[in-house]
Design a binder for this molecule. Sequence first.
Ligand SMILES: [Zn+2]
Length: 178
Amino acid sequence: MPTLFSHPAVPLAVAIGLGNKIVSKRLLFAGIVFSIAPDTDVIAFQFGIPYASEFGHRGLSHSILCAWVIALASAGFYRHLNSTFIKVFCFIFLSAVSHGILDAFTTGGLGVALLWPWSTERYFAPLQMIRVSPIGIANFMSPRGVVVLWSEVRWVWLPCLSLAMTALMIRQTKKRPD
Ligand SMILES: [Zn+2]
């Protein structure tokens, strides 16, 4: 996985790009939570579930179907999120599905069960350039952790921020009268 700090880059970038009329603060918060949530599956290790199992790390919780179900369930709370059903569905789906997709660009671990339950195959992207994050805080607090963070700045934060700023500037330009 990229670190827990970097998965929220996607919902944050979309929220900055689209503005708070489309992505309310509560919706953004929910998006950040669901961009990280798939990695709660590391708890599977505590129960002796192997990494390669469909119930293991990067298994069903990282699938497109799981993101879809989370988005649909979240959309039921659209009023609490100060938004509309369709906005919540789209934003939460994007936030949750982006997790598995970013993981597929990492350089280690097993691939991602994106197509579970139709396939248990673990997928990687054609190119893997995000250095995989070590699992556990102790492993992260090491020179390897710095290398991982720098890789995420270059490959996750920089592209996300660039897109967000471009969309923000386009929005600002449209607001101004000619
Ligand atoms: Zn993950």
